[in-house]
Design a protein around this ligand. Structure first.
Ligand code: ADP
Ligand code: MG
Length: 698
């Protein structure tokens, strides 16, 4: 097959060569002409206009200055050294500060010479300075283009030192486009282009680099964003179609003795309407003959475990095995205990398999799994190990999905010749746009109702000065027989400094809550599994009143009598984590409280997070705020999802375009499920091309 020109290695582009090509690969992951074409400008600037130092009065805009370097100093030493240049024009002086590439910058710049400086001002100690601005000798800038929308490419000091200055990037892109423009393939069908009113791809790629005017730029951005969103949707929906058409799964038509006797004899309470609705949806899926792939979203405490269990019992009624995978050992063993207890009196064989299950036990477990005696297996990642073979796996339940990658989900499928049904449960409410993309291939069920009698957790934000008040409140609650969590933010469980925070906190707490009247548990990541377990157990059995812990308790732990959650340094937690932590309380009938302790210094985002927590307990609302504050790239689960492949499109800002893309992907597949019509060929080709790197997603 003749290679497409876009697959040509960048070293063959005029002015690049092998050494610089290697640098491009390392620094920005660009290997081919095609990759370079997708290295979009990160902003457009008007470089015909100059400012003076005296005019700078905000750090909002990028500015261009002309003046002389009057002094250069290297301050500090070793890894913390920096280069500081004094820059002067007719109106005053400012500083240009560099932390990287000091050597080559120092060599490039001469005191006394005139330069053009371009960058974004920072306010530092009451004065504006520039860190890592672009700096070019003024005489070389004579041919500055007069176009108001000049592309500006982000680059690094390393790249600059090898000639990839923003200005040179512009040159390289011109050369590239002149060579490849004619050969840029169209990727959409004429119908989709017409329905979405899009410009051609070639036109869009030209204008994204060299926009004729603001309108062409907007059209170019719209087209490129659409492509990014559309092809993810097309691929996800195609998987779904293929599964619906081709993948037959077992049809669980029977509702038998396991389900029924559990329902009539063992159910400890009336199901909520939301639980009933979801179980009906799952039953319909399981009986359809097609493979179920369902995402079950339900806020913390909404009763997902019960739904999981009842679904597993349907599998058992149809002579199949089921498994439940949880992200941590604590959670897996809690599930094991809860489920074993709920199944008392029914003859169901349940076992627990985690990393710390002993060898001898494992061998027995493997045998019982293979001959089918073992009906429900609960565990951690250990479940996806190769040695774990089922006789007849019919249903896989995955709890707290955001901790597992899509790939791990797929490996569980392979545990059975006939693909098992899959139920994915998450307590992290996911904003709709993200769900459409992350889980676009799944059907979604939502438990939107908490079991009756729950009172929403009351949330307060306090500072250190309120510490005694908080302690008095804790004492009062303990006096009423309640238990309390005190949680510290520990990002890295093996970091001694961070652990020290927790130990100091523990000291303070134990001074105010002394033995023997008060007993305290402590749980953190440095403890052995058995120690953690026994500390948790003491708390669970009410032998201790306070549990000082890190976020290891975040997921799933259920102690209904615990009604106060104190979160230290709450500003350091992300919103979804705060919400998860708060979900540990409010599980019993008593009024629960969440106390967010923070330092006085808060960032705007930090303040917004705490305010949101105080204002609402609605997980979906919190998730929306989180998405707006952080952008989807940082949300859990997105790293493996291919969303990192979104260069221009934003799940926050481009919701409308995403909906349109999904709608048109649906329509395309409805009319042509196999994408076999000639007009759809461009899309098939694009999906197969290296540019659309589906590997990143699945
Ligand atoms: P999550 O959805 O967070 O996994 P769980 O399944 O752990 O929630 O349930 C939280 C608590 O609510 C448990 O103690 C469980 O026994 C209880 N629960 C579940 N369903 C109901 C119900 N329908 N009525 C009353 N309590 C329930
Ligand atoms: Mg749970």
């Amino acid at each position: 097959m003749v290679k497409h020109i876009l697959d040509t290695p960048v070293e063959y582009l005029k002015g690049i060569g092998p050494a610089r090509a290697e640098m491009l690969r390392k620094e920005i992951g660009v290997r081919t002409f095609g990759d370079l074409l997708l290295y979009y400008p990160f902003r457009y600037v008007d470089r015909s206009k100059f400012y003076t130092v005296g005019e700078i009065n905000s750090d909002a805009a990028w500015v261009q200055l002309k003046g002389r370097i009057t002094a250069i100093q290297t301050l500090g030493s070793g890894r913390v050294s920096r280069l500081v240049m004094t820059f002067r024009d007719s109106s005053g002086e400012t500083e240009l500060v560099f932390f990287q590439g000091l050597k080559w910058i120092r060599e490039k710049v001469q005191v006394g010479r005139e330069y053009i400086v371009f960058g974004k001002p920072n306010l530092f100690q009451g004065k504006y300075n520039f860190t890592h601005p672009d700096i070019e000798p003024a005489e070389e800038e004579i041919q500055v283009q007069q176009e108001p929308l000049q592309p500006y490419y982000s680059t690094s000091e390393k790249l600059k030192s090898r000639g990839f200055t923003p200005k040179n990037f512009v040159r390289i892109m011109r050369t590239l486009l002149s060579q490849v423009y004619q050969a840029i393939p169209e990727t959409l069908s004429p119908q989709v282009m017409r329905q979405a009113k899009l410009t051609s791809r070639a036109d869009a790629l030209f204008n994204i680099h060299f926009p004729r005017d603001p309108h062409s730029l907007a059209k170019a951005q719209e087209r490129i964003k659409f492509d990014e969103l559309f092809f993810i949707q097309l691929q996800l929906l195609r998987l779904k179609y293929i599964r619906m058409e081709k993948v037959k799964s077992r049809s669980f038509v029977k509702i038998g003795v396991f389900f029924n006797s559990f329902y009539h004899n063992n159910l400890p309470f009336e199901l909520t309407n939301a639980q009933k609705k979801v179980i009906r949806e799952i039953r319909a899926d399981l009986g359809s003959g097609k493979q179920m792939n369902r995402l079950l979203q339900g806020d913390v405490g909404s009763g997902k475990t019960l739904v999981a269990l009842m679904s597993m019992l349907i599998a058992l009624d149809n002579d199949c095995q089921a498994c439940l995978m949880a992200p941590t050992e604590i959670l897996a063993s809690q599930h094991f205990k809860t489920i074993s207890r709920m199944l008392q009196g029914l003859s169901v064989e349940v076992a627990l398999l985690t990393g710390s299950t002993r060898k001898a036990l494992r061998a027995d477990l493997h045998t019982r799994l293979q001959d089918g005696r073992l009906q429900i297996l609960i565990g951690t990642h250990a479940l996806i190990e190769e040695q774990v073979q089922f006789k007849n796996l019919g249903l896989v339940v995955i709890d707290e999905q955001h901790r597992f990658g899509v790939a791990q989900r797929a490996r569980l499928w392979e545990k059975s010749t006939i693909p098992p049904h899959v139920l994915v449960m998450t307590a992290t409410p996911i904003p709709r746009t993200l769900a459409m993309t992350l889980y676009g291939d799944l059907d979604v069920s939502v438990i939107d109702e908490l079991p009756p009698g729950r009172k929403p957790v009351k949330t307060y934000h306090f500072y250190e000065k309120d510490r005694l008040k908080v302690f008095r409140f804790m004492k009062d609650q303990i006096g009423q027989g309640r238990q309390i969590y005190v949680v510290y933010p520990i990002i890295n469980e093996s970091d001694k400094l961070e652990l020290q925070d927790l130990m100091d906190g523990m000291d303070t707490v134990s001074r105010y809550f002394p033995l023997p009247e008060y007993q305290i548990s402590i749980v953190h990541g440095q403890l052995k599994a058995a120690e953690k377990e026994s500390e948790m157990k003491r708390f669970l059995e009410k032998k201790t009143q306070i549990m000082v812990a890190t976020t290891v308790i975040e997921v799933g732990v259920d102690v209904p009598n615990a009604s106060v959650m104190v979160i230290e340094n709450a500003e350091r937690f992300g919103l979804s984590q705060l919400h998860q932590l708060r979900g540990r309380v409010g599980r019993g009938a008593d009024q629960s409280h969440c106390i967010l302790m923070s330092s006085y210094k808060l960032t705007t985002d930090g303040r917004k997070r705490l305010e949101t927590m105080v204002r609402t307990t609605d997980g979906f609302e919190i998730a929306e705020v989180d998405l707006h504050l952080r952008g989807p790239g940082d949300l859990q689960g997105t790293q493996q999802s291919g969303l990192v492949g979104l260069k221009l499109a934003s799940l926050v800002k481009d919701e409308k375009l995403l909906r349109l893309a999904r709608e048109l992907a649906y329509r395309t597949l409805d009319e042509d499920p196999g994408l076999e019509k000639p007009e759809n060929l461009p899309m098939v080709k694009h999906l197969q091309s290296s540019e659309f790197d589906w590997g990143k997603i699945s």
